[in-house]
Write a protein that binds this ligand. Structure first.
Ligand code: 26W
Length: 821
């Protein structure tokens, strides 16, 4: 940096007021008196970001000087959450800003509320990417996150008569102070057309792609601030726009209006996030999105990030591309194409480089979630890539043939190309063959991935397979979201070091036995419930009692996650009151809180949402219940709401069918914030239970091998129903129309799904779940012991810091040291 470049300009309250007023008066062009709340929010954000910008330039300069190896994280989703608070925390500016705003008669809380969160992800996978980039910045590890700047993020959910309705998420409508567009660095991406062979000047037979159309990717940079370490990494999201060539061609044809319309066609590529979580639809636009952002990102690395005249043979020393699920896997043939077709490298040399430059993380076990692209579609959109994939497959199958002579079945099983149900490309296989490492996201998941999903590949390459258990950033998910608990921890441990060294929470363990500490801990939880009740009252017009257990289930609505099992529990408690089996005075008061979005085309998931809302309406308004059971389902669950809900929870519901939830990360957030888990032996629940101890976790349900055995035996949900009188009474109450104004058909789809198929064995685990809920009630009846368990959950959750996940990725996969100075 030259001496003319500015260092962080804001340190004092006066400097802040100056910076803020400059941004307001000269950035927005309004006086304080005339400014809107949005003007104020943007001016505030821009004043805060000044301090980050100075650090950002320095970080980039250091990285360049050290020629450091970086992680290029390729992810179609980043579920970032609000930026302002995180920037304040990272820079340590909160107090100065609060005081400065106060002096101007403004409130930081109100301006915070003005921010629309960037919801550029569906759920766990997108949020994980956001946690990982946060941790890497905090650990001074060079990383650039690549993704798509969707103009519309995940839809905004509303309920109409309890039914989910989707609205577009216009998150950019009021301006976005957190992004830095760089149209001058736009790159061009090609699509379609055909390929041809030719002989180059050295007499070699080569192939080139003759594409039919192209678009430009404009990079928008976002700052990823490290926590108080003076580092700021980059998140580079690509936005699509029409190229000049694109519209010139049409202008020349004389149709001006058609030319302008064509620009819309190009811009459609980054228009909207696909709201599908786990069921890929094979839509052409989705493949366009995937190729668009990885092509932009690879070109950016090769042409802008690496020095001029860089020897590409050394690429693996400078960058590792981490594939966040299969969504960016088309990057593999793209790198081969760049190296072979454009740089003139020999195939084998290019392949050796490519194999070192990629690593693949799988985030699912559901077979229907594994992405497959039809050969027809891929060949139409990316003909050269299809050829490259075929060649990769051919060479790989030759290897397999040599290793297992005569085993035609194995050959067919391991082929990237499958013929059923139509000729298509299995992206997970391509990623496994090309990647240097393949990892699952929790211990159990990595085991199942190795042994059940990719057994042939793990037998062939045992060392390729590894595990990295997911994590969550403690900055956002305790320090920011739970200031009360954070202050208590800091007071108890003596300093704030735990925020970047989460294993230090272990030091809380001895305090779990201290009655005074338990009391303070309970006060924090009680205050968090008050805050949440306040938020839900203004946000959703929901009335919540604050002196009851908060039992929370928040995650995408999916059958395998089994929201219906939770619902059956609630209806059971209610039925027991109605039928007089249990006196209402003996019912433990509880509030059941749900948050969940369903994929818009996922019918049964939407029916389940409607049923939860219907049950809530009936139960909440039934005088017989005397307010002991409350069901709350605030619409539009997102990161911002999670930050309020999780700190207020007593009980965390993690009740997926064993073997289906790859990891879960919400489960970690709850434990860290002092909720106890009721959960199955699934995903990271397994590790949570091992760490917090069996006494501090309510385990129930079948284990994964039992699940398989039950299905193999021929599972009959209806006989479970026939043989359990309470279950029968519960389901019959729903079927009777009690929650649908007497309409017996209203929830027939849900009922017949449960009794006829029950793909995820909710009924099979029902009895065990009720029994576990009774253990929960018994434990909650002893507040002191419950607090002790909750404190131990906090104290033993340090492992789930995404900082630890990053250490594991660095040791096992990336080998990227932190930068120094
Ligand atoms: C449309 C195709 C599709 C397929 C899969 C879209 C999205 C997916 C993701 C893999 C779904 C997802 O978010 N998986 C979740 O990833 C989290 C982070 O690793 C895990 O904690 C969750 O268990 C897993 O469901």
């Amino acid at each position: 940096l030259s001496p003319y470049d500015k260092d962080a300009p804001i340190h004092t309250v006066d400097e802040f007021i100056n910076g803020f007023m400059d941004e307001l008066n000269f950035g927005r062009g309004v006086s304080l008196a005339r400014s809107s709340r949005n003007d104020q929010y943007i001016a505030l954000s821009k004043a805060v970001r000044q301090n980050l910008q100075a650090r950002w330039m320095k970080t980039l300069a250091r990285q360049y000087e050290e020629q450091a190896k970086s992680v290029a994280y390729l992810s179609a989703e980043y579920l970032l959450g609000r930026q302002l608070d995180n920037a304040l925390l990272a820079t340590g500016m909160t107090d100065v800003v609060e005081e400065g705003l106060d002096a101007l008669g403004l409130s930081l809380d109100r301006l915070r509320a003005q921010e629309t969160e960037p919801g550029l992800g569906n759920g766990g996978l997108g949020r994980l990417a956001a946690c990982f980039v946060d941790s890497l910045a905090t650990m001074s590890v060079p990383c650039i996150g690549y993704g798509i700047r969707y103009e519309y993020g995940i839809f905004r959910q509303e309920f109409e008569d309890g039914w989910q309705v989707e609205h577009s998420d216009r998150w950019l409508a009021l301006g976005n102070p957190w992004e830095f567009p760089h149209p001058e660095h736009a790159v061009t991406v090609h699509f379609g057309g055909s390929t041809e062979t030719y002989t180059d000047d050295r007499g070699r037979e080569r192939t080139r792609w003759l594409p039919a159309w192209d678009v430009q990717g404009v990079p928008y940079n976002y700052m990823v601030p490290g926590y108080r370490n003076g580092r700021v990494n980059t998140l580079r999201l690509w936005s699509a726009r029409a190229t000049r060539a694109f519209d010139l061609r049409i202008f020349n044809a004389g149709d001006y209006v058609e030319a302008v319309r064509a620009q819309t066609f190009a811009e459609n590529i980054s228009k909207v996030l696909y709201p599908e979580d786990s069921t890929p639809q094979g839509k052409e636009l989705r493949l366009q999105q995937q190729y668009f952002f990885v092509a932009c990102s690879l070109r950016d690395q090769l042409e802008n990030v690496l020095p001029k005249y860089f020897d590409l043979a050394n690429l693996p020393d400078r960058v590792i591309f981490q594939l966040n699920d299969t969504h960016p896997v088309i990057a593999i043939p793209e790198l081969m194409r760049l190296l072979v077709d454009e740089k003139g490298m020999e195939w084998d040399d290019a392949w050796a480089i490519t194999q070192k430059c990629f690593a693949y993380t799988c985030h699912t076990l559901l077979p229907e979630a594994l992405e497959v692209w039809s050969v027809e579609l891929l060949g139409k959109l990316l003909p050269r890539h299809l050829e490259i994939i075929y060649k990769i497959n051919e060479i790989f199958l030759d290897e397999v043939r040599a290793a297992y002579p005569g085993d035609e079945i194995k050959l067919r099983r391991m082929s990237i190309i499958t013929d059923h149900p139509e000729r298509s490309v299995r992206m997970a296989y391509l990623a496994t063959i090309a990647g240097s490492k393949v990892n699952g996201v929790a211990a159990l998941h990595s085991e199942l991935l190795r042994d059940k999903v990719l057994p042939d590949f793990s037998a062939y390459w045992p060392d390729k397979f590894t595990n990295v258990t997911n994590g969550i950033t403690p900055r956002r998910f305790i320090r920011l979201s739970n200031p009360g608990l954070s202050d208590l921890i800091t007071q108890t441990l003596g300093d704030e070091g735990w925020v970047t060294d989460l294993e230090r929470l272990r030091e809380l363990e001895p305090h779990a036995d201290d009655p005074a500490f338990r009391e303070k801990f309970r006060q924090v939880k009680a205050a968090n419930k008050q805050t949440l009740a306040q938020v839900l009252s203004t946000r959703d017009n929901i009335t919540l009692p604050t002196d009851v257990m908060y039992d929370v289930m928040v995650k995408r609505l999916h059958e395998y996650k089994r929201q219906t099992l939770k619902l059956l529990h609630i209806v059971t408690l209610y039925e027991q009151i109605l039928s007089g089996k249990v006196a209402v005075e003996d019912v433990m008061p509880r509030a059941f809180l749900f948050g969940a979005k369903a994929a818009p085309g996922y019918r049964i998931a939407k029916e389940i949402i409607a049923l939860i809302n219907a049950v809530g309406k009936t139960v909440n308004n039934d005088p017989q219940v005397q307010g002991r059971l409350t069901v709350a389902f605030p619409a539009n669950y997102n990161v911002t709401l999670a930050e309020r809900l999780i700190p207020a929870a007593d009980l965390s519901e993690q009740i997926s069918l064993a073997g289906k939830e790859a990891s879960g990360t919400g489960n970690m957030k709850f434990a860290l914030n002092g909720a106890l888990t009721i959960g199955t032996d699934d995903g990271a629940n397994v590790e949570i239970r091992q760490l917090v101890g069996d006494d501090n976790f309510f385990l129930f349900g079948m284990l994964e091998p039992e699940v398989e055995a039950t299905i193999a035996e021929g599972y009959s949900p209806v006989s479970v129903y026939e043989n359990n009188p309470q279950l029968k009474a519960t389901i019959d109450l729903i079927a009777s129309g009690h929650f649908s104004d007497g309409d017996r058909n209203r929830f027939e789809p849900v009922i017949s799904n449960l009794l006829g198929e029950d793909r995820f064995l909710a009924l099979a685990d029902y009895a065990a779940y009720l029994e576990a809920q009774q253990r929960v009630e018994a434990a909650y009846a002893d507040p002191d012991d419950w607090s002790r368990k909750a404190i131990l959950n906090v104290a033993r959750s340090g492992f789930f810091s995404s900082d630890r996940s990053m250490v594991d990725y660095i040791d096992r996969i990336w080998h990227t040291p932190a930068i120094t100075q």
